[in-house]
Design a protein around this ligand. Structure first.
Ligand code: PDD
Length: 284
């Protein structure tokens, strides 16, 4: 089954899709994105993802080329055309195409591209046994709530984690405040209470994060959103990271510290079951 792209309002084979050299996404990373996956063939939390796309666009004064319901229609068509069991939909919208200049024309037309690829195979061992992550200095800007395609610190730090044999790198400020992973949010559990950093401008308000908080509340699990220190996370009963591509991944080691007894904990297992299907391996 071919991977496909949506570009210039048409679906074409992915390897035939190219963007112009003057696309401001290519020149400046002047754009936004979303990653949406299917579960049992159906898009999961699509409305929430598209609302976040709208919010990112509004923050950057970037015009979305479609209404949210038009987006849903195009995405559904792409998923059908691609024909994978489970699909990972990548949506990117850049400010548009014009010769390089930092400021942009008021009437510039934004450029929408999408890719439809198979959702990667899931590795049950990682979920069963948990993963190791590293901490890295928070060197990003102070609008991490915008899902911008400008991700240099994230890719540098993720690469470092992978080269160290770890699944994720988590940004920590010099004051010891834990923010989030390079492509995930972080939670910890202490005395059966669920903690996660607040969805302010320092982190991306993850759709999986929100879903977990809603589900946890519905299941009567006490939860607190507040600044979390590295010190308290290292002494937590359980730690996990979340994203649309992994759902929930238990963390059993952070840098040199083993979390609790080094095994995924019972509350993480309960929360994991809030998700409709078995999740996938985190993409390296
Ligand atoms: N990233 N924080 C950051 C910095 C992220 O890039 C992501 C997701 C998340 C989790 O958000 P969500 O639950 O909505 O997927 C948190 C996507 C998956 C990516 O860049 O591929």
């Amino acid at each position: 089954m071919p991977e496909i792209a949506y570009i210039n309002s048409s679906f074409i084979p992915l390897e035939k899709a190219f963007v112009p050299i003057n696309d401001r996404g290519y020149l400046f990373a002047d754009g936004i994105y979303e990653v949406i996956v299917t579960r049992n063939g159906k898009t999961f939390l699509i409305q929430e993802h598209l609302e976040r796309l709208q919010k990112s666009a509004d923050e950057l004064l970037l015009k979305l080329p479609h209404t949210l319901s038009e987006f849903i229609e195009i995405i559904d068509q792409g998923i059908k055309k691609a024909g994978f069991n489970e699909t990972m939909v990548y949506i990117q919208i850049t400010r548009g195409i014009e010769p390089r200049r930092h400021n942009y024309s008021a009437d510039l037309k934004s450029n929408l591209t999408m890719t439809f690829r198979p959702h990667p195979e899931y590795d049950p061992q990682l979920i069963r046994e948990g993963v190791a992550i590293i901490t890295v200095p928070e060197i990003r800007w102070s609008r991490c709530d915008i899902k911008s395609i400008a991700l240099l610190p994230n890719i540098m730090m993720k690469q470092k984690a992978v080269e160290m044999g770890c699944q994720e790198a988590v940004f920590v400020t010099k004051e010891g405040i834990v923010r989030e992973g390079t492509a995930s949010n972080i939670f910890f559990i202490k005395n059966k209470i669920l903690y996660t950093p607040p969805a302010d401008q320092h982190i991306l308000g993850g759709i999986s994060r929100n879903y977990i908080l809603q589900q946890a509340a519905a299941h009567g699990l006490e939860q607190i959103e507040r600044e979390c220190t590295l010190e308290e996370i290292l002494s937590a009963d359980e730690v996990f990271i979340t994203s649309s591509t992994v759902d929930l991944m238990p963390v059993i080691k952070i840098d040199e510290t083993t979390i609790a007894d080094g095994c995924p904990g019972p509350v993480s297992k309960i929360i994991k079951n809030f998700f409709p299907t078995v999740p996938t391996i985190m993409r390296n």
